[in-house]
Write a protein that binds this ligand. Structure first.
Ligand code: MEV
Length: 318
């Protein structure tokens, strides 16, 4: 059986994180500059049914999947894939997983690793699963990572296209009217999304009316942003990003480092800036007027303490 290779991109949330968990719309795009990759190949010397996982990218060095606890994300991804394929006893497989997506940084590393794994394993076994099945498995695995995920991360990573996402509804692509250049900057602070999501839940339970209003305003911003993106009105997109950041501050998911980076992006001429993802660390996002401005903003963000910057351009819809 020939080896089968699959990749999945990182992702970044443009608008609506956290509020999306409560049914508000959110917008996210793939980040192809960072990728997870899985290669499935025949494993000589192993018996049928055995799958050797080799995933240094997520801190796992050569383990048989059945030896891992069932709640291990990779083990769960393998189990759900075999279940979907009705293949409890497949030929012996070696699955090598690598990734250039920073972990716990809000770039969808967990979802991308799962999607690459599911595609490589099902492809190697001769029955590549369709996107909807891959997405459903990735959502189940996200629950291990994030507790109560909205499903936006696995959806963007699976379909690898800009997504206007409302929890529980079918995917809707959104239109991009003009190229938009973003700078993504890593605060260097690891940010487990599950913690931030759980804290927002607690705060929302303590102040239901206040948080319902915050979430609804974020939802309105996401809808305005969808229209501005379709028109190619980058200045308006930037303004809406900054408004969204202010609401994330009110939800207490920003932190001093992220606020410093957002401020530095504004001072360097960004049209807008906000944290992206779970917050409390991880990444922030700035919108630049063009590629040259993006370089200057990236330098300013590094000077302000960012440990890594990625420049990514969202291309207009065909
Ligand atoms: C994480 O990338 C985005 C959050 O809104 C959580 C979720 O949607 O599952 C913070």
């Amino acid at each position: 059986m020939p080896a089968f290779r699959a990749t999945a991109p990182g992702k970044i949330i443009l608008f609506g994180e956290h509020a999306v968990v409560y049914g508000q719309p959110a917008l996210a795009v793939p980040v192809p500059a960072v990728q997870a990759q899985a290669i499935a190949q025949a494993a000589l010397g192993l018996s049928a049914g055995e799958i050797l996982l080799d995933a240094p990218a997520v801190g796992l060095k050569s383990a048989l999947w059945r030896s891992l606890p069932p709640e291990d994300p990779l083990a769960r991804a393998v189990a759900l894939t075999l279940e979907a394929l009705h293949a409890p006893q497949p030929p012996a497989v070696r699955l090598k997983i690598t990734s250039t997506i920073p972990v716990a940084a809000g770039l969808g590393s967990g979802a991308a690793v799962t999607v690459a794994l599911v595609r490589a394993l099902s492809g190697f076994l001769g029955a590549p699963l369709p996107d909807a099945a891959v997405n459903a498995i990735a959502y189940e695995v996200e629950k291990i990572h994030h507790g109560t995920p909205s499903g936006i991360d696995n959806t963007v990573v699976t379909y690898a296209r800009p997504v206007y996402f409302v929890r529980g509804r079918p995917l809707q692509p959104f239109r991009v009217g003009a190229p938009l250049t973003f700078v993504i900057a890593d605060s260097g602070i690891p940010a487990p999304t599950a913690q931030a999501v759980a804290d927002v839940r607690r705060a929302a339970e303590a102040d239901p009316e206040g948080y319902a209003a915050l979430f609804a305003t974020v939802g309105e911003i996401a809808n305005h942003a969808r229209d501005a993106l379709a028109r190619g009105d980058a200045r308006r997109v930037g303004t809406l990003m900054s408004e969204n950041h202010a609401l994330l501050q009110k939800m207490e998911v920003s932190c001093r480092t992220l606020d410093t980076l957002v401020q530095a992006a504004h001072e360097a001429g960004a049209w807008g800036a906000k944290l992206s993802g779970g917050g409390r660390g991880g990444n922030m996002l700035a919108l630049a007027a063009n590629a040259e401005a993006a370089e200057a903003i990236a330098v300013a963000l590094q000077r302000a303490g960012a440990v890594r910057t990625i420049i990514t351009t969202l291309q207009p819809s065909p």
